[in-house]
Design a protein around this ligand. Sequence first.
Ligand code: HEC
Length: 158
Amino acid sequence: MRLRECRGTGKAPGAIGGIAFVVLLLVGIIIAWSAHQPAWADEGMTEKRKIPDAPAKFLEMKNPFTSLRDIKRGAKQYGSKCADCHGEEGEGDPDEPEVVIFKDKAYMATRADGQLFYIIKLGAGEEAEMEAFGPDSDVALSDKKIWQIIAFIRTLAP
Ligand code: HEC
């Protein structure tokens, strides 16, 4: 009886060692594979972005500030706070493909003013590089200033 028990446990470490080795090998292979294969490698540009959709009450909003004066004010704000990432003329950044390109007519046609307002005011979420610029943020842009920036952004993809 005792002898059998001893034999039984005597074998176990060898088996566990073998399984652990295989598991480690698999984990190693998976890590090596994912390191050179970005998650979005085969997906389109939009798939790389994780921009939340604005709630309906934002999507219904219309820009109240679209005069030439508003556009000029928006351009100033854009130049100092947004152009670093989005590009002076909304051309984006070739090294940062997830940055939204305001020059991209086809893409911008799919974005309501209220969608842009929502993201600029509240940000694109914790994992996104697009932070919030609204009154509760460090930059603290007023709603009016945000609308003026949107009026300017719309001139980049006329
Ligand atoms: C640090 C870089 C950075 C700065 C500065 C920045 N953005 Fe962005 N912005 C991004 C990125 C990156 C995204 C895409 C977010 C994602 O993929 O999650 C984005 C997304 C957006 C969107 C989303 C549009 C949509 O499709 O819904 C808008 C609008 C926008 N930015 C406007 C602005 C404005 C206006 C400013 C200046 C007040 C600004 N951004 C400053 C990096 C930046």
